[in-house]
Design a protein. Structure first.
Length: 763
C-alpha cells in the first residue's frame, strides 16, 4: 500500500509566529532560552499538525532558525574566515552574524534558491576546516520521537547540492572538498542509522540542472560510500523543481528511494519512467501535489497519473508526496475571510495540500470510492473558478493580442538617446541615486495599519505620506544625492502595492511565505485578466517632484517581477500573463510621463529567478521577458530616461538579455557577492548606463567610505565612466533611519573622491 509524505513544511506559522519570535530575539525582547522554547513550540505544532492530518512519513530537520543551507554549513563548522570561530557548536550570535552581518564583518551572500523567491545563505568554504559541530537531523528526529511519538524522516541537503551551492573554492578543488565533507556526512548518517532511523530524505535538487559527467561520477561515489557505510538506512534521494537530467544514472544509484517531481518536471520525469521503467528494488517518491503552487489539485487527474505510475511501480513501493517542500506556499486557506468564493474554493495552501496527499493515499489504500465525495467537490470547485467573469475579459485579451503582435522599440537607439538625455538632465559625472524605498519605520507601518482599519481617513493617511516624502526629499538634497526618489512609503510591498490597484488580482489576509530570514512576502494571486484601472503612482511622485529642483525618478515594479512574485493562474501561459501586465504598466509609465516625470524606474529584480532551470527553455523565456519589459517602457519620448533595477541573483549569464531590455540606466546589486559581477563585465561589454551597487543594504552595518571607493575603482576599471552611476545595492525599506542616512553620506563622500580622482581622465 502506498504511503504519504511531504518534503518539508513552512516554518513561519499561520500567524507568522516564527518571524515574530526571531525579530523579538534580535531586538533583545526575548532571551535565548525563551527564544528556544518558542521555536520548539512552533516546531512541535507543525509536526503535530502533519501527524493529525495523517501523513505517514513526516519530515524533521526541515525546520530552521533562519535557513537550511546555513544550517548545513554550520553543522559542518563552515564559517566564513572573517568571523572569529574556533570550532565547536556555532553559537546563535555567530549563526545570525553570518546571516545578517555584524558590526565588524559583512554578512554572507544571499541568493535565490533555484527558481523560487526563497533566498539561502551561500556557504563560504574558503579557509574552512569542516568538522561536525552537532548532528542536527538526529536531534530533530529524537525530539519528534520522544515528545510526539513520531517516527520522523530527517531531511538533509545532499553533498553534491551543498557543494554546488557553495562558493570559495576552485572547480579543481571540488573532489578534495568532497573528500573532506563525505566522512562528515557518513558520520551523520551512521548516527542516524544507529538510532534506528528508518527513512532519511537527502535532497539533491542540483540534479534537475545540467549535470556534468564529472558530477555524475561524484554522485556515484557519494552514494556508493553511503550505501557501504549505512546499508541498513533507507535513503530517499530527493529531487525537485524540474525533471532530472541523467535519469538512468540516478535510478541506478544504491539508494532505497528516488523522489521525483511530477508537477514541475512532469513531462520529463514521466517520459523517463515510461521509457526506462523504474527499478524493482526501489521506492518511488511520487511528487504529485504541487508544493509551490496554490491551486487545488484536480484529484481526478492526479489519480490518473498515479494509476499510470502504479502500472510501473507497485503501490507498496510508492510514496505519494508533495513535489517539493511546502516552504514556498502559505500555511492555510482556512483563515481567509475576504476572498471571492469561487477563488477561495479553488485554493490549497500547505495544510490543504496535506489533505490532498492523504486523500490520494486513501484512494490507493481503500479504493477511489472512498474519496468519491471529495472527487466531485474538487472538480466542481475548479469549474467554478474557470467560469469566473474575471478570467474571461475579451476586451483585455484582444488589446493585448494586438499590442504583443509587434516587437516594441524606443524611437532612437541608446547611443543617440544618451546624448539627448545628457543635454536635458545635465547630471554630474557618476550621478548618485538610490533604488527607491527608504526605511519603512514602525511609524509608517502603524499609519498604514490605522488607515487600513479605517481609523485614519484617506486624507489623513495621504497627508502622513506627504510628510514622509517631505522629510526624505530634504534629506536627499542635504546628503547631496543627484537623482531623488519619493521613498515608497505608501507601499507595503513592491508587488502587493501594484496588484491591489490592478484588475485581475486577489489578496489573502494571511498568505505569507518566507522570502529570506525573517522577512516574509504575501504574494498576490493573479487569478483573472490583468488590467490598468487608474494611475497608481502619479500622485506621490508628482508631489515629491514639486518639492525639489532635482529630478525625481518615478518608481514601478516591472511585469516579470510582478508575475514571478505572485501566484499565477494556470489556464493561460506565463507569457500571456506577462503581456497583460506589460500593457497595464505601460499605461502607468505614460501617465507618469504626462505628469512631467522624466525619469522612470521599472524594477525587474525577479527576471533571473523566473529563468527556467532547463537550458533548452531559457532562451524562449528571456525573449518574451525582455519583450514584456520593452512593451512597458518603449512608448516614452527620447528624453525620458528609463531606469531598471535588479538584485538578489547572479546575472553574469544573462547580461545580453539585460542589455536587450534597452533601459537607459540599470542599477544592479553587486556588493554582497563582493564584486563578483564586476568580473562579468570584464568578459562582456555593457554599453548602457549602469550603477553597480556599492554597498549591501541587507546588513545594519554602515559601510566605510574606503570600502565603497574600492568598489567604485574596481568597477571603473571595466565600465565606461560616462555611463557609470553610484547607488546602493537595493532599496532601503528594511533599514533603520540613522544607518541609512550615515551610509548614504558615506556613499556621496566616496562619489566625491571618485569624481576628484577621475574628472581629469574623463572627457
Ligand atoms: C525585494 N524583495 C522582494 C521579494 N518579493 C516580494 N514580493 N517583494 C519584495 O520586495 N523577493 C526578493 C526580495 C526579498 N526582500 C524582501 C525585503 C523585505 C521584505 C519585508 O520587509 N517583508 C515584511 C512584510 C512587508 C509588508 O507587507 N508589510 C506590511 C505589514 C504587514 C504586517 O506585518 N502587518 C502586521 C501589522 C502591522 C505592524 O504592526 O507592523 C501584521 O499583519 O501583523 C506593511 O508594510 O504594511 C516583513 O515584515 O517580513 C520582504 C522581502
Ligand atoms: N524599488 C524597490 C526595489 C527593490 S528590489 C525598492 O527600492 O525597495
Ligand atoms: Zn532590489
Amino acid at each position: 500500500m502506498a504511503k504519504s509524505s511531504v518534503l518539508g513544511y513552512p516554518r513561519i506559522g499561520a500567524e507568522r509566529e516564527w518571524k515574530k519570535a526571531l525579530e523579538a530575539f534580535w531586538a533583545g525582547k526575548l532571551d535565548q532560552s525563551e527564544f528556544h522554547e518558542q521555536l520548539k513550540e512552533i516546531r512541535l505544532n507543525h509536526l503535530r499538525k502533519q501527524m493529525d492530518k495523517g501523513i505517514d512519513l513526516i519530515p524533521v530537520n526541515d525546520f530552521s532558525y533562519y535557513d537550511h543551507v546555513l544550517d548545513t554549513a554550520t553543522m559542518f563548522g563552515i564559517v566564513p574566515k572573517r568571523f572569529s570561530y574556533e570550532g565547536g557548536v556555532v553559537p546563535l550570535s555567530l549563526y545570525y552574524g553570518i546571516a545578517r552581518g555584524t558590526k565588524d564583518a559583512t554578512a554572507s551572500e544571499m541568493t535565490k534558491w533555484f527558481n523560487t523567491n526563497y533566498h539561502y545563505i551561500v556557504p563560504e568554504l574558503d579557509g574552512a576546516e569542516p568538522a561536525i559541530t552537532e548532528n542536527k537531523p538526529l536531534n530533530a528526529y529524537r525530539e519528534a520521537k520522544e515528545l510526539l511519538g513520531i517516527e520522523g524522516k530527517p531531511v538533509i541537503l545532499g553533498p553534491l547540492s551543498f557543494l554546488k551551492l557553495s562558493k570559495g573554492y576552485a572547480a579543481t578543488e571540488t573532489d578534495s572538498w568532497l573528500e573532506r565533507l563525505l566522512p562528515l556526512y557518513v558520520q551523520i548518517l551512521r548516527e542516524l542509522a544507529h538510532e534506528g532511523v528508518q527513512w532519511v530524505q537527502i535532497d539533491e535538487p542540483i540534479l534537475v540542472t545540467k549535470v556534468s559527467a564529472e558530477d555524475v561520477r561524484r554522485l556515484k561515489s557519494i552514494y556508493d560510500s553511503f550505501a557501504s557505510a549505512v546499508p541498513e538506512l533507507n535513503i530517499m534521494l530527493q529531487t525537485y523543481f524540474e525533471s532530472v537530467e541523467n535519469y538512468s544514472d540516478i535510478v541506478a544509484l544504491p539508494v532505497k528511494g528516488i523522489g521525483l517531481d511530477f508537477v514541475h518536471g512532469l513531462s520529463g520525469n514521466l517520459s523517463a519512467v515510461r521509457q526506462s521503467g523504474f527499478p524493482a528494488d526501489k521506492v518511488l517518491g511520487a511528487g504529485v501535489i504541487d508544493g509551490r503552487g496554490i491551486w487545488k489539485a484536480s484529484l481526478q487527474e492526479k489519480l490518473a497519473l498515479l494509476k499510470e505510475l502504479t502500472g510501473i511501480v507497485s503501490s507498496d513501493r510508492l510514496i505519494i508526496q508533495s513535489s517539493c517542500s511546502l516552504l514556498h506556499v502559505p500555511v492555510t486557506v482556512q483563515n481567509e475571510k475576504k476572498l471571492l468564493p469561487e477563488l477561495k474554493g479553488a485554493l490549497a495552501f500547505a495544510d490543504e495540500k496535506l489533505d490532498e496527499i492523504v486523500l490520494l493515499t486513501k484512494a490507493d489504500v481503500s479504493g477511489e470510492t472512498s474519496i468519491a465525495v471529495e472527487l466531485v467537490q474538487y472538480e466542481s470547485d475548479l469549474q467554478a473558478l474557470k467560469q469566473s467573469g474575471e478570467r474571461n475579459r475579451n476586451d483585455i485579451q484582444q488589446s493585448v493580442a494586438a499590442i504583443s503582435a509587434q516587437y516594441p522599440a524606443r524611437h532612437l537607439p541608446f547611443t543617440e538617446r544618451h546624448l539627448v538625455q545628457r543635454d536635458k538632465w545635465q547630471l554630474p559625472l557618476f550621478p548618485t541615486t538610490t533604488i527607491g524605498s527608504f526605511p519603512q519605520s514602525a511609524e509608517v507601518r502603524k499609519a498604514r495599519q490605522l488607515w487600513r482599519k479605517g481609523e485614519w481617513s484617506n486624507e489623513r493617511y495621504a497627508k502622513f505620506i506627504e510628510e514622509q516624502i517631505d522629510i526624505w526629499v530634504k534629506l536627499q538634497e542635504e546628503i547631496g544625492l543627484d537623482v531623488l526618489v519619493h521613498g515608497e512609503f505608501e507601499r507595503t510591498d513592491m508587488v502587493e502595492f501594484f496588484g491591489e490597484k490592478l484588475a485581475g488580482f486577489a489578496f489573502t489576509q494571511f498568505g505569507w511565505v518566507q522570502s529570506y530570514g525573517s522577512r516574509c512576502v504575501k504574494p498576490p494571486i493573479i487569478f483573472g485578466d490583468v488590467a490598468f484601472e487608474e494611475a497608481m503612482t502619479v500622485e506621490e511622485t508628482k508631489y515629491a517632484q514639486s518639492k525639489t529642483e532635482r529630478p525625481v525618478k518615478g518608481m514601478l515594479t516591472g511585469p516579470i517581477t510582478i508575475m514571478n512574485w505572485s501566484f499565477v493562474r494556470e489556464d493561460i501561459t506565463r507569457e500571456q500573463i506577462a503581456y497583460q501586465l506589460a500593457y497595464a504598466l505601460r499605461q502607468e509609465v505614460e501617465a507618469l510621463e504626462k505628469a512631467g516625470i522624466g525619469m522612470i524606474q521599472v524594477d525587474e529584480p525577479a527576471v533571473r529567478e523566473g529563468l527556467p532551470l532547463k537550458e533548452q527553455d531559457q532562451a524562449n523565456y528571456l525573449q518574451w521577458a525582455v519583450k514584456a519589459f520593452r512593451m512597458t517602457t518603449s512608448t516614452v519620448q527620447d528624453t525620458t530616461q528609463i531606469h531598471t533595477h535588479m538584485c538578489y541573483c547572479e546575472f553574469h549569464d544573462m547580461i545580453d538579455s539585460i542589455e536587450a531590455m534597452d533601459a537607459d540606466v540599470i542599477s544592479i546589486e553587486t556588493s554582497r557577492s563582493h564584486g563578483e559581477l564586476i568580473h562579468s563585465f570584464e568578459l562582456n561589454t555593457y554599453e548602457l548606463g549602469i550603477g553597480l551597487g556599492v554597498y549591501d543594504i541587507h546588513s545594519p552595518r554602515v559601510p566605510r567610505v574606503e570600502e565603497m571607493s574600492s568598489m567604485i575603482d574596481r568597477a571603473l576599471r571595466v565600465l565606461d565612466p560616462q555611463l557609470f552611476w553610484i547607488n546602493p545595492d537595493c532599496g532601503l525599506k528594511t533599514r533603520g533611519f540613522e544607518e541609512t542616512v550615515d551610509s548614504l553620506r558615506n556613499m556621496v563622500e566616496a562619489t566625491r573622491i571618485a569624481r576628484e580622482k577621475h574628472s581629469l581622465t574623463v572627457k
